[in-house]
Design a protein around this ligand. Sequence first.
Ligand SMILES: Nc1ncnc2c1ncn2[C@@H]1O[C@H](COP(=O)(O)OP(=O)(O)OP(=O)(O)O)[C@@H](O)[C@H]1O
Length: 226
Amino acid sequence: MAEAVMHLRDVAREFVSGDETLHVLRGVNFTLNAGETVALVAPSGTGKSTLLHVAGLLDHPDSGTVRIAGRDAAKLPDGERTAIRCSEIGFVYQFHHLLGEFTARENVMLPQMIAGVPKAQARVRADELLGLFGLGHRLNHLPGKLSGGEQQRVAIARALANAPSILLADEPTGNLDVATADVVFDELLRVVRGSGLGALIATHNDDLARRMDRVVALRDGVLVEL
Ligand SMILES: Nc1ncnc2c1ncn2[C@@H]1O[C@H](COP(=O)(O)OP(=O)(O)OP(=O)(O)O)[C@@H](O)[C@H]1O
């Protein structure tokens, strides 16, 4: 049986605005297994980012459990949550969010160095990851000198830098033109499948969703399997 890398149970999240309460997540149950790719689909504004942020330990649920690496991370103190996030979770956003004053290589080295990896080792891993995305000739380029597709490839490489067990991605190719999105998405799936981690990837694109192993949809605050 596949090993679960993440387990969400009865996860709820609401936002209060004035005298109105928006129940975005109403009891999400979800298991992500090692080695599987899962598409998260839902109309805009229904809570995909909220769910990814709670699953990625960037936000707290109001109730429920977020089990990662055998522990309920939702209830841990911030320092321990950060440590789990750093070692277990890679996050890719729709916009690359690379640090503009650092080269592609340095952007991929940084999370490793924050995790305590020696500089020389971090550099080897950065070069290896960027090579997997065909960027061996762009190592010393600043993000501003890269194309949109290249920037997003660097952001994906950065998310994988600390060899996480979970990759979470929020519309990772949503900001690219259709042809580039197609290629970058296939590269992402190839590298993810080659590394054996579990990936939950939000997308509005049905064609991209179909390339993944499973598709789940967020409907009225709960996840349903499609
Ligand atoms: N911090 C917040 N405070 C108040 N409301 C919020 C907050 N974060 C999100 N929301 C609301 O929760 C709902 C879900 O937002 P979320 O960003 O998760 O949607 P989404 O499905 O990711 O949308 P999109 O696909 O457009 O990015 C929206 O109505 C949004 O306005």
